[in-house]
Design a binder for this molecule. Structure first.
Ligand code: GTP
Ligand code: MG
Length: 187
């Protein structure tokens, strides 16, 4: 797809909240601080559309953006941020799970974002298996490739490729907008 316009619609705190059913939903999920919100900004070329922060746990609800009057980009909170108080972390996990696995919505695509410098973590694998079990249409994005040390670059990319197996994988940088065209082609 080609993004002509993008605007914030609302933040939801219940995965079952009403959303217009004629819009195709694209969900952006991943660990806290991997760059989900930054990635949405890079795709839409609007650097302040989704709020970002160097502090993990920035996004605390599901922020819904309307793209071209036809798609919803769903910016989810991150999982795996253990410095949040237990109850708050639990609530975020419940929100993510209710939206992805218990709501009436079938996403057109679920974009699982990982940190290219870290690779697939245990939490990422748990999420990936749940998505597979529910037969979601998945694309994995390894973000922040601009931060990989030059000497580690090839080795690190190969490691990630091996870990994700047969899934579609896109190497990405929100900072430098590398991979945006490939990812937009998936929607
Ligand atoms: P939560 O909402 O807390 O789950 O985080 P998030 O996944 O939405 O991450 P966010 O977009 O807020 O970005 C986290 C930090 O990573 C910010 O400091 C961003 O500037 C930085 N960041 C995001 N993408 C990139 C990238 O491609 N390259 C580099 N170098 N930094 C990035
Ligand atoms: Mg965020």
């Amino acid at each position: 797809m080609d993004i002509r316009k993008a605007k914030f619609i609302k933040g939801i705190v219940d995965g079952n909240e009403y959303l217009e059913e004629d819009k195709l939903q694209i969900a952006f999920i991943g660990r806290s601080n991997v760059g989900k919100s930054s990635l949405i900004n890079s795709l839409t070329k609007q650097k302040d559309l989704a709020r970002t922060s160097s502090f993990p746990g920035r996004t605390q609800q599901i922020n819904v953006f309307l793209i071209n009057d036809s798609h919803y980009f769903m910016d989810l909170p991150g999982y795996g941020f253990t410095r949040l108080p237990g109850k708050e972390h639990r609530q975020l996990i419940d929100l993510i799970n209710s939206y992805l696995f218990e709501s009436p919505y079938q996403q057109k695509k679920v974009v699982l974002i990982i940190d290219a410098n870290v690779g697939l973590t245990e939490n990422d694998v748990v999420m990936l298996r749940s998505l597979e079990e529910q037969r979601k249409d998945i694309v994995i994005v390894a973000n922040k490739i601009d931060k990989i040390k030059k000497s580690d670059y090839t080795k690190q990319l190969k490691k990630i490729q091996a870990a994700v197996g047969d899934h579609k994988l896109i190497f990405y940088s929100s900072e430098k907008r590398i991979g945006a065209k490939d990812l937009l082609n998936e929607f």
